[in-house]
Design a protein around this ligand. Structure first.
Ligand SMILES: Nc1ncnc2c1ncn2[C@@H]1O[C@H](COP(=O)(O)OP(=O)(O)OP(=O)(O)O)[C@@H](O)[C@H]1O
Length: 360
């Protein structure tokens, strides 16, 4: 298939006064499996950084290396400027207190009340009872569960349990919050409310968040930047809107397929690679290019030039990200070329997907 591509999305890393996490060529092997195969990345203070990949990509190994539960075989892991790869177990302890963690299955202690669960990290630190309880109340207020202090986890919904998990993770005032598939066991509405709470906490406390997930919707909803990992390597990294607008790898496209407009299956199934009455073209554009009256201008210039087949405009990190499918008649041999020229001149990425004869 022909491809007429003009890249438009500009990669800019948000200004990072200070990197909370920095990984340099991190490797971890299990037998012959390279779970992490040379991971390098930096995460700035206050960022929400998403790590996405399919099952077995290396996400859990990466997050376990970040909190020192797993040892890297090679490379360096710096947390708040400190290289943790060379630290012994005793020196790792204070560092682990700088890192809070939330889990898919919440990991709450069923025999303890909500406030005891939340205060547990402080108890381990040796904080006095009054201080522990005051902090637990403050956190219950932050996560919207002030009335559940004396309840036991079994009486809570999944969303409420995760709120307790978040409060517990924040008890020791960490610099970094690691989220390991924290919304994967929740329904879509509860997921939205938990993600919104995480975003709120990130804004209020300036907390750096690293979340691993296999769901692009989670990344879309709250992350600032994303790294896609596959077979232990970062295959793509960038600002979320930019990666959504212009995915570079097959794995990223596949992870995005559920939430990015796709050519409807019944049309895709009947496309011919060589000939047909119409040529079907995908049009991708983002940022300022997606704000203009592209299709109105195209229709004004080439009144019978195209037919809109499918697509829409999303807004990610306040940036418009548009993806459309259009059909251009092939009877006028020059028309398809003109349409493509018009679109690429306006920084749209255009790809010919095939030819269709069946549209009435
Ligand atoms: N303790 C271990 N022993 C042997 N192999 C392991 C171990 N932990 C992970 N692996 C292997 O390392 C690779 C990466 O696993 P990892 O659990 O990090 O992936 P993941 O992206 O978190 O997957 P999932 O989403 O299914 O949890 C996989 O091939 C896995 O089988």
């Amino acid at each position: 298939m022909n491809s007429f591509v003009s890249a438009s999305a500009i990669e800019t890393k948000p200004e990072a006064a200070e990197d909370v996490v920095r990984l340099l060529d991190v490797k971890r092997r299990f037998g012959t499996t390279p779970a992490l195969d040379g991971i390098s990345l930096s995460i700035a203070k206050g960022e929400i950084f998403g790590i996405i990949g399919r099952s077995g990509a290396g996400k859990s190994t990466l997050i376990r290396c970040l909190n020192g539960l797993e040892r890297a075989d090679g490379g360096e892991i710096h947390i708040e400027g400190r290289n943790i790869t060379s630290l012994g177990e005793r020196d790792l302890q204070p560092l682990r207190r700088r890192i809070g963690m939330i889990f898919q299955h919440f990991n709450l202690l069923s025999a303890k009340t909500v406030e005891e669960n939340i205060a547990l990290p402080l108890k381990i630190e040796g904080a006095a009872k009054t201080e522990r309880l005051n902090r637990a109340r403050e956190l219950l207020d932050l996560v919207g569960l002030s009335d559940k202090a004396k309840a036991y986890p079994a009486s809570l919904s999944g969303g409420q349990k995760q709120r307790v998990g978040i409060a517990r993770a924040l008890a020791a005032r960490p610099a970094l919050l690691l989220s390991d598939e924290a919304t994967s066991a929740l329904d879509p509405e509860t997921t939205r409310s938990i993600l919104s709470l995480l975003k709120d906490i990130n804004r209020k406390l300036g907390l750096t968040v690293v979340l691993i997930t296999h769901e692009m919707e989670v990344i879309r909803t709250i992350a600032d930047r994303v790294a896609v990992i596959d077979s232990g390597k970062i295959v793509e990294e960038g600002q979320v809107w930019s990666v959504f607008a212009n995915p570079q790898t097959a794995i990223t496209k596949s992870l995005l397929s559920g939430i990015r407009p796709q050519l409807p299956d019944h049309i895709a199934a009947r496309l011919s690679r060589t000939k047909g009455r119409e040529v079907i073209i995908s049009v991708d554009l983002a940022g300022s290019e997606a704000q203009g009256a592209l299709f109105t201008d195209l229709a004004a210039e080439l009144p019978h030039g195209f037919r809109l087949v499918h697509g829409g405009i999303d807004h990610i990190q306040s940036q418009p990200v548009a993806r459309f499918f259009i059909a251009v008649p092939t009877r006028n041999i020059k028309l398809a070329g003109k349409v493509q020229q018009f679109l690429t001149a306006r920084s749209a990425r255009v790809e010919v997907l095939g030819y269709d004869s069946d549209h009435a």
